[in-house]
Design a protein around this ligand. Sequence first.
Ligand SMILES: O=C(O)CCC(=O)C(=O)O
Length: 265
Amino acid sequence: MAAMDDMIDATALTERFLRDGFVKIEQAFPTRVAADAARLLWRETGCDPEDPATWNRPVHWIGGLSDGPFAAAPNSAALHAAYDVLVGPGRWEPRYSLGSFPLRFPHPEEPDDAGWHIEGSYQPEGANWYYTNLRSKDRALLMLFLFSEVREQDAPTRIRVGSHIDIPPLLEPYGEAGVSGLRIAARIDAASAHRPVVHATGHPGDVYLCHPFLVHAAQPHHGTRPRFMAQPPLYPAVPYELDRPDGDYSPVERAIRRGLAAGAR
Ligand SMILES: O=C(O)CCC(=O)C(=O)O
């Protein structure tokens, strides 16, 4: 506990996470790891970093990668300490890969994936889209790992601050089975439209740890240098619980309960 307290102010982290639905951990992993990761991501795109004529699409989606830097990035001491604070010790799975990289390039075409949404996490048999449920099955956190400089003009992810509180009442009627993100997309957008928007800017090595129900969206890139990011889940080791006799709720669970209470008022 003493070591964790040296690294991270757990109370401040928890308060910000409960209020905003996310926390930014600056220099959560080393810059040289980010640089190594970016080099491998360029290779995956087949584009030439020095020749914008080869940047042939507004977004290159890359799947999962487990080369060294992608195994190292999510496992820094600072991130492990933050996962413990937000999700709870023993309640999250270490991961040795990163996945789902939306690599956004300056391009005259608009991307077609820039709507407001929360991340779905599992696909029931026969479903053609990802689902989520009130206990956030299969997703302990949404994480944004920055591998390039992300300034305002570099297509930072848009975040509706505090929107994680708006979502639990929408999910509750669907119970354990949950609902497809597509089916409730319009309601998610409407329920959180009043929230202020901030942009996930930062430096290579910064990480945003987000509540699974944080409403966010991509945006077109109007800058000059591509934006490299990963947006993987942190996986749970055990399901979230919303009714704990001992009251030992994690900040993620507390936020879901707050959202339900707010919806009931
Ligand atoms: O690229 C981004 O900024 C966010 C992408 C995203 O949230 C998504 O497509 O699920």
